[in-house]
Design a protein around this ligand. Structure first.
Ligand code: AMP
Ligand code: MG
Length: 508
């Protein structure tokens, strides 16, 4: 358990908008956090409010956009029912274990039950120093905040589980990074902020009672049906393995590279979290790395399934004392579940690839896997843009191969051979043409957050106070599957020399 020496009474404002917070984490997990207050920013202004998400949360977007709403979204005023707190967690960062990380610049404000009955965390990122800040300033810069907003909404547009931004707020102060930058704060919504690293924090302290409370809480929150199973903690491990296998398969399907898959950035809920140096692959190469700090390529595109399994193994280790009093028995049980990751991922990935290729689920798995792998091999060999390489298969499915062939400039032979196999496989399936087209259209986005477009949008916002490019890109990414002539520029890759040296930086 961690001590709570810094408790401060929340500042309550009578005229703040009402939030029906129901704070289960604060209530049930005393000792897992430090009650703390956001630092009021000097001159907050609303940069972007996610009205659709506000509505889903049962909040009134107009009230949020008004001055008293902004006061809450900026952390200047804490509403009556909020119990802001900094969560404790640990984590393996690039393979090395840090026993104490925690919310160093984030706070959980409270939990809401949304319109669909789902419990959602409302949290700040960039709300000032906490007892977990170590050497950091507890702040965030506008560029990374808008980046997290944009990529999160893009993932949501793809229907990939993700945390989302409710608002981006400029703080009116300057944060010092390599250069001085405008400061900002993100209001983040998550189905919880439980991480593999949360379990590691208590496992590292050999605190079995705390682990059990945490696991029980996780089960109640994410897998309530497991509470009465014979082996609830083993089943929790299985559920997390399955969710992460499904999630990573979805990432791979849209070319997403998380960039910093440390165990503190892996959720128990199965949502994508912490968009730092992430980016989408363009010219297809599984070794692609964009992050400036990933020197070894640990978190390269093609390594993500293996890293997920490595992280899940760290998660399983934390659960061992709960699985069995005999450690050897516990290890055997955990190992059996961890071994399901690979087949589970393969099955999910095959399903993603079948949708991308417009193939039914009933075909021969090995043959379909080979067909998909060979197509990826072609994209790699001919340095084809991943997104366009799949999107143009839609035209080919309708009989027009020219746009696809244009991507393979001058190298038609291997593609022709593959297309013959694909057409033969497609002809042998029961999927009606329109169903097939719709499946392919929904599995192969026309628009992804292309690196040069993201950079241009953030640069305009940060350097010129111009949010128009950000808004435009966001609008495009909210409807990524229907191709629109007026948005063609957003479907096109940057010049290869621009992408080849593209680097992303941690949002710190
Ligand atoms: P991240 O790289 O954002 O996943 O953060 C890793 C750890 O560093 C977490 O414990 C964060 O709270 C902490 N951290 C990152 N940036 C800052 C900052 N500017 N101030 C304080 N802590 C930070
Ligand atoms: Mg993190």
């Amino acid at each position: 358990m961690i001590a709570d020496p810094h408790f401060q009474q929340a500042k309550v404002a009578d005229d703040a908008p009402q939030f029906d917070f129901d704070n289960s984490y604060a209530r049930e997990l005393g000792g897992f956090y430090v009650s703390w207050q956001p630092v009021p920013p000097p001159a907050p202004s609303l940069v972007r409010l996610n009205r659709e998400l506000a509505d889903e949360l049962g909040l009134d977007a107009d009230v949020l956009a008004a001055p008293q709403g902004l006061a809450v979204l900026s952390g200047a005023v804490v509403p009556a029912q909020a119990q802001p707190l900094a969560q404790a967690y640990a984590g393996h960062q690039f393979g090395g274990f840090s026993p104490q990380l925690g919310d160093g610049r984030a706070l959980l404000l409270g939990e809401l039950i949304d319109r669909h009955g789902r419990r959602r965390d409302i949290a700040f990122k960039g709300s000032g120093r906490t007892p977990f800040s170590r050497g950091g300033d507890g702040k965030a810069a506008l560029g990374p905040v808008l980046r997290e907003y944009l990529i999160g909404e893009a993932m949501h547009g793809f229907s990939i589980p993700t945390t989302r931004a409710l608002a981006a707020v400029a703080t009116g102060e300057t944060v010092q990074r390599e250069t001085p930058l405008p400061g900002a704060l993100l209001v983040r919504v998550a189905s919880s902020h439980l991480r593999v690293g949360t379990f590691q924090f208590f496992a590292a302290r050999d605190d079995e009672a705390a682990l059990r409370r945490l696991a029980d809480y996780a089960i109640a929150r994410h897998d309530p049906q497991l509470a009465h199973s014979d082996q609830p903690y083993l089943e929790l491990l299985r559920a997390v393995v399955e969710r992460q296998a499904a999630l990573i398969a979805r990432w791979m399907g849209v070319g997403f590279i998380h960039g910093v898959m440390n165990t503190d950035n892996m959720t128990i809920s199965g949502e994508t979290i912490d968009y730092g140096p992430c980016a989408f692959i363009e010219t297809y190469d599984p070794r692609t790395v964009f992050s400036s700090i990933d020197h070894q390529g640990r978190y390269a595109y093609g390594n993500q399934p293996g890293i997920a399994q490595w992280n899940l193994t760290r998660f399983a280790e934390t659960l061992l004392p709960l699985l069995h009093t005999d450690n050897e028995r516990a290890v055997a049980m955990a190992t059996e579940v961890l071994q399901t990751f690979a087949p589970c991922f393969s099955a999910r990935h095959l399903s993603v690839m079948r949708d991308k290729l417009g193939l039914d689920e009933g075909g021969d798995a090995e043959a379909d896997q080979a067909l998909a792998a060979d197509y990826l091999g072609l994209l790699h060999e001919h340095r084809v843009d991943f997104t366009l390489g799949f999107r143009r298969l839609l035209d080919a499915a309708s009989g027009d191969e020219a746009p696809l062939r244009a991507l393979f400039a001058g190298n038609g032979e291997p593609l022709s051979a593959w297309l013959l196999r694909w057409h033969a496989r497609s002809a042998a399936q029961p999927l009606p043409a329109d169903v097939r087209r719709r499946t392919m259209a929904r599995a192969n986005p026309a628009y992804i957050p292309r690196n040069h477009q993201v950079e241009a949008a953030l640069a305009a916002a940060v350097n010129d106070d111009d949010l128009a490019p950000f808004e435009r890109l966001l609008a495009v990414l909210q409807r990524p599957f229907d191709e629109r002539a007026e948005d063609d520029a957003f479907a096109q890759p940057a010049a290869p020399e621009q992408t080849a040296c593209y680097r992303t930086f941690c949002g710190t």
